[in-house]
Write a protein that binds this ligand. Sequence first.
Ligand code: SF4
Length: 365
Amino acid sequence: MYLGVAELIRAGRFDICYSQCTFDPRKMIYRSSYNGRRMNLFKVLLSSDCKFDCSYCQNAWRKGVTISPEELANIFKSMKEKGIVSGAFISSAVNADPDRVMERILETGRLIRRFHAGYLHLKIIPGCSKDYIKEAVEIANRVSINLETTSESRMNEISGVKSFKEDILRKQRMIAKCVDRKRKEGYRRSHTTQIIAGLGETDEEILDLMNKEYEEFGIARFYISRFQPLKFTPFENRKAGNQKRIVNLYRMDSLLRMYNYPISLLKEVMVDGFLPCLPSADPKVLIAEMLIDENRSVNCTNSCTKQSADSNFNFQLPPEMIPGCGRKISQLLREGKSLAQIKRMGYSVKRISAYLKGQKRIYEF
Ligand code: SF4
């Protein structure tokens, strides 16, 4: 693999979320997952030369490398044939007009589809035209456009070129429509987005945007990258983002995405727009203890409204909101299974037992 390609593969690591995707620098591949299955990914840029001016990104501030769609497709083909990777994620810096860059991304996608029916993810370039979005959704299993930050005013602080509303949110609306249409035709399609945490925004801003993205655009995942100050960029002397903060934001993400918690409840454990930033301060525990202390009961919407008539337990919290309860254990509790039965099935019930009404905290059940 020649040096330029290695640089284009390495450049992809600034766009990863670390909760689901990690970079293996020895094999030059990314390990990720799709639909619950682990996968080795060929994640690469077509160009690392950018005409835009994002203050945190090296691609804008030093000369990059560019490769042709044919070369990229051939490298993926050879890696796939050797069994090194099983999926591809094609992105690019904006080294030309956004439509021209999208044409190159689509051309790579078309070439890849000649020999690869598996996972293909294509990046949508901010500001590109609708027809390119439509075709990307035709070709790829998944498409994404990066939000990068939380609002127009924050975008103005990091880029003098990109418009948050016009170039990104408007394109996301188009993506959502195209994905929806393909799904109705019976195809498996999804779209995701990503932001950088640590550019001055609050947790509350991130969660409000995350909630809007799930509700309005039906995105599959909202990825969060920690800000890292990079040499040769205007932000090189800024403080790096806090990793513990990212962990807590992902915990909030799963409460919204998987358990339908109302956003208002998540905000109740914030102080001045931020979650308590301690590794031990799991927001699910904080929310449960707050509700129990205040003797409040709550429904976390549709999935939590049914309660089994013959349940052995009297829940103050819906099972999904009990710390230690994943979706599987919540289902078993709703079916009326006892903690002892659930434990015999191989699940840990130590944490759950602490939150059942009328019971003391039991560390060894
Ligand atoms: S658009 Fe911004 S973030 Fe993307 S490659 Fe260019 S400078 Fe970097």
